[in-house]
Design a protein around this ligand. Sequence first.
Ligand code: ZN
Length: 71
Amino acid sequence: MLTQARTRRSDDNRREYCTECGEKAPQRAKITIEQTHGDAVVAENVKFARVPCRTTVCLRCGATSRERMNE
Ligand SMILES: [Zn+2]
């Protein structure tokens, strides 16, 4: 039974522009941490070597797109 449980699902399925579809389509987004360098990272540079990326998957056509979030 569905009451008005407005839990925060803002990052679940939301409609965003998909370049493959050419229009807005439901997307599933998730945040991943990407390592931009190998293991030879100085401790001070760790925060620069790890970049949060937002990966979205188009639920209509299956296209994935990633964008970095540190800009
Ligand atoms: Zn699409």
